[in-house]
Design a protein around this ligand. Structure first.
Ligand code: 5AD
Ligand code: SF4
Length: 478
């Protein structure tokens, strides 16, 4: 069996620290002759799980491998197979373990295939140990902070045929000028900041993605300008907590200022993800209201409607403060669409506290929502709390929550019937290839008949039928 070289391993204590420093790098990625010779005629396959930050990482990994000379494959029958993983809940991790197991057959067919696991899951030492113990066919494990080490790590594996684990605890660089193969030619994700310093007590992200750090505004604007020149119709500004953007510069830079500068570039659609209710400033609301090309869609995770649970979650706002924010947003931004994330079954959540969440859903009248059952994450404070809520109770609350949310989500879709909306066409509908699918400015999914030549364009669609989670429309004047 191949020897395993441990270059670095993640340590939760170091991951918790926020006094580490980082610098900016504008260096180009180096590809060795060994790697470019090896890549000739070879393919790579990458499968990404989880959030938009991971999909953006996939684009960078693809960019690096393309620069080395590998060609993208559509399935696992490739020379390099990479799973880019998510750790936010246990069911996400279970899916990945299932997939790693399946890859054993690929390795049996092609002994020279290189199987690599990266992303948030492997930022946890117990996951690395499990992979090394059970899944002997894995060759390389690298983390979220050293994606750009990939060429060097592959060089070593090619030359020595050893296994490598290289997972850093904290980031040391913000790297610009990275190669990138974008997943879409008309909508793009642009990172504005990395990491998170909020440490909500249930969440693994501050450990797996490290200290919160902002990209320089000029670098973000340059990337957006290039996308606009390349004809991109939609840019989504990405950060675990976009409203914390610029705080680390300590020079008065705010997300509102960045958003305004991006809006002035005249990209047709600008979105941003994710907003934390705690530092969502009125200045931001005013910028969103002022520019037509900033989409009137705000994803504002509430997590719980109970102030007591919010306190235990470390969310820094009360139920009343969240409601005041919703009222302010709805009063200042005409026809705004609001979405949220909600967790049920946080440790010791009482029926009364859950009722407060239902009450919040009634109050906020969300246009869409993502719902989760609390999943304990290793090393987080919530995972150490003794929990007296049974699985059955959690699942009953989840069902009741979904039923309550469906009321406002359906009502919001119903109110769209008979009206015309701008839709960015994504492609053929997954369920019915004779239909096209796309999203409205408010992020509602619409299916309608039309020609594939419309993909990547913004068209007018009149809504004729509403389902809870999607709409049927007809094209106007195409
Ligand atoms: N259990 C369940 N849901 C979680 N989320 C984050 N951590 C957990 C967890 N441990 C949810 C939150 C967050 C979304 C991305 O995932 O609602 O906003
Ligand atoms: Fe996790 Fe809270 Fe940071 Fe969001 S703000 S990534 S929920 S710690």
């Amino acid at each position: 069996m191949a020897k395993c070289e441990f270059k670095s391993l993640p340590d939760a204590k170091l991951q918790r620290q926020r006094n580490t420093s980082f610098s900016f790098s504008y260096d180009e990625i180096n590809i060795s002759e060994t790697l470019s010779n090896y890549a000739k005629g070879k393919t790579y396959y990458i499968h990404t799980y989880g959030c938009q930050a991971n999909y953006r990482d996939e684009e960078i990994i693809s960019g690096i491998l393309t620069k080395a000379g590998f060609i993208k494959a559509n399935d696992e029958n490739a020379d390099i197979i990479i799973l880019n993983t998510c750790a936010v809940r246990e069911n996400a991790e279970d899916k990945v373990f299932g997939k790693i197991g399946e890859l054993k057959a690929i390795k049996a067919k092609n002994k020279n295939a290189i199987i690599a696991i990266c992303g948030c899951m492997v930022q946890q030492i117990h996951i690395i140990n499990k992979i090394l113990d059970i899944y002997k066919h894995v060759d390389l494990i690298f983390g979220t902070h050293n994606i750009t080490d990939l060429p060097k790590l592959l060089d070593e594996i090619i030359l020595k045929r050893n296994k490598i684990v290289d997972v850093k605890s904290q980031p040391s660089l913000i790297e610009e000028n990275l190669p990138s193969t974008r997943l879409s030619s008309f909508k793009a994700f642009v990172n504005i900041s990395y990491g998170c310093d909020k440490f909500c007590t249930y969440c693994i992200v501050p450990y797996t993605r490290g200290k919160e750090r902002s990209r320089k505004m000029e670098d973000i604007l340059n990337e957006c300008r290039e996308l606009k020149e390349a004809g991109y119709q939609e840019v989504t500004l990405l950060g675990q907590n976009v409203n914390a953007y610029g705080k680390d510069f300590k020079d008065g830079t705010t997300f509102a200022k960045l958003l305004e500068e991006v809006a002035k570039l005249n990209i047709p659609r600008i979105r941003f993800l994710t907003s934390h209710p705690w530092d969502f400033k009125e200045e931001m609301i005013d910028v969103i209201a002022k520019y037509d090309n900033i989409m009137k869609y705000i994803h504002l995770p509430v997590q719980s409607g109970s102030s007591e649970i919010l306190k235990l979650m470390g969310r820094r706002y009360t139920s009343d403060q969240y409601k005041q924010l919703v009222t302010l947003i709805r009063s200042k931004i005409k026809d705004v669409y609001l979405s949220t994330d909600i967790i049920v079954g946080f440790p010791n959540e009482t029926e009364e506290q859950f009722q407060e969440t239902l009450e919040m859903v009634k109050f906020a009248q969300y246009d869409s929502a993502f719902t989760f059952i609390y999943s304990p994450r290793n090393n987080t404070p919530a995972a150490k709390m003794v929990d007296n809520v049974t699985r059955e109770e959690k699942s009953s609350r989840f069902k009741r929550l979904v039923a309550e949310l469906e009321k406002s989500v359906s009502a919001s879709s119903m109110a769209m019937v008979g009206k015309t909306f701008k839709v960015l066409v994504e492609g053929a509908s997954e369920k019915d290839s004779s239909m096209l699918s796309g999203y409205t400015e408010g992020n509602k999914l619409v299916h309608f008949k039309g020609d594939l030549s419309l993909v990547g364009k913004i068209v007018d669609v009149k809504i004729i039928v509403s389902h809870t989670y999607s709409l049927i429309g007809e094209l106007i004047n195409a």
